[in-house]
Ligand binder design. Structure first.
Ligand code: V47
Ligand code: SF4
Length: 391
């Protein structure tokens, strides 16, 4: 574990005076400015920013690394929008190439988990014009009635914005309706990059930045928790990443409703941005580290392992990350279609625990709201299914 004395030594050895000042701020718990964030990206070594982020991570969570037992359901991959980075959706005009699940099919997936100790279902998909607000209201009521203990995290702000507009309801009324029907919290998708200079180039036609933030603010005001993502490593500049985090930091100061920030590395396979190279591992780790330092009011930082790959997710636990999402036993196609590291995005609990233990962190199973379910620190995990030398 890294302590204040280590950080003082680190700052002493740093030659760049501005980076030294940033180090002092981190040590003294002072907020970083926009320029500090950009400077860290541009001037800091990975070692320096990484050690600062690790210091903050360990101050907040010690060695604890959270995961949950969840499963994903994607009602459809048909989408009326056409984000350039998306490898997953099929335009409505080509809907015969996509899939659409009806209520019975979705309930059948829920039933597959009867008796299994999952705590969360994550429902997210494309924006299908025929799957409207009332379809989802009914679905939520059915899931809630069938399995009241299951936390329902569902629908990105993109899906919600479309559903509410189509139903001619305000965000407040629409959100209340879904919340009362059983929706517990919102995932962080659809945020991409908030700055209009980039948003207009990569996802011009879906909910805009103000709309995304308003939907999350409304959820927070109803007492729901939400996550926030950032799609990084494509055509954006460092200023855009910090601008993105700044907007989230400001909303979080107001509502304290965000649980987790999830940087998502852009993958370039089979989409309209395939000519854009992917970011390096060093860039990825730097992004986690800067996020940990800049978002001082976000309790958690998540590496979504199916996207990053298992080894890199393990590495991220030394760069500010304290959450590895879940076991994700699913039928998900979104990431494998974009060229992610993991062709089969499912890990058993024993595998996830082993991954975390291999890098000397403490695996803790949590529920969606970060209540601890089980600490595996002293648990003997016999089923060490991951060979540390092979991934
Ligand atoms: O918003 C789409 C991303 C997101 C690509 O809240 C891509 O716990 C990289 O938000 N390369 C949806 N990323 C997924 C999401 C999510 C995932 C896991 C957990 C949570 C949570 C939320 O997927 C989209 C978009 O940013 N995405 N295409 C791509 N080619
Ligand atoms: Fe549709 Fe989401 Fe893909 Fe955009 S990222 S095209 S909103 S499924």
């Amino acid at each position: 574990m890294i302590d204040a004395a280590d950080i003082k030594e680190l700052i002493k050895a740093e030659e760049n005076i501005e980076l030294k000042n940033i180090g002092e701020k981190v040590l003294n718990n002072s907020r970083l400015t926009f320029d500090d964030g950009v400077l860290l990206f541009k001037e800091s070594s990975l070692g320096y920013v990484g050690a600062l982020a690790n210091f903050v991570r360990e101050k907040l969570h010690g060695n604890k690394t959270y995961f949950n037992r969840n499963f994903h359901i994607e009602p459809t991959n048909v989408c009326v929008f056409s984000c350039n980075f998306c490898s997953y959706s099929r335009l409505y005009a080509h809907r015969d190439e996509g899939w659409e699940l009806n209520k019975e099919q979705i309930m059948h997936i829920i039933q597959k988990y009867d008796g299994k100790p999952v705590t969360e279902v994550h429902i997210v998909g494309g924006v299908h014009p025929k799957m409207n607000l009332y379809f989802f209201e009914d679905l939520l009521r059915s899931i809630r009635a069938y399995r009241p203990d299951l936390h329902i995290k569902g629908f990105t702000a993109v899906e919600l914005d479309y559903m509410f507009r189509k139903a001619k309801l305000s965000v407040e009324d629409g959100m209340r309706l879904l919340h009362e029907a059983g929706l517990d919290s919102l995932p962080g998708g659809g945020a991409e990059i908030f700055h209009p200079e980039i948003r207009e180039q990569i996802c011009a036609d879906k909910v805009n930045t103000e709309g995304w933030l308003h939907i999350h603010k409304t959820a927070h005001e109803l007492g729901m928790h939400t996550n926030a993502t950032m799609l990084f490593g494509h055509i954006e500049r460092y200023e855009h990443r910090i601008d993105h985090m700044e907007r989230l930091r400001q909303l979080q100061d107001e509502t304290h409703g965000f649980n987790t920030f999830i940087p998502l590395k852009f993958r370039n396979k089979d989409n309209d941005m395939s000519n854009v190279p992917e970011s390096s591992l060093i860039e990825d780790m730097k992004t986690y580290a800067v996020a940990r330092l800049y978002l001082d009011n976000f309790p958690h930082l998540k590496a979504y392992w199916p996207m990053l790959g298992r080894q890199n997710a393990q590495l991220s636990l030394s760069f500010g990350v304290n959450d590895l999402d879940g076991t994700i036993d699913d039928t998900t196609k979104i990431y494998s279609m974009a060229g992610s590291e993991e062709k089969n995005p499912a890990l058993s609990t024993a595998q996830l625990v082993s991954l975390i233990k291999q890098v000397k962190r403490e695996p803790v199973e949590r529920d969606t709201l970060y209540n601890e379910i089980k600490n595996y620190a002293t648990e003997d995990v016999h089923e060490l299914e991951i060979n540390p030398y092979y991934n």
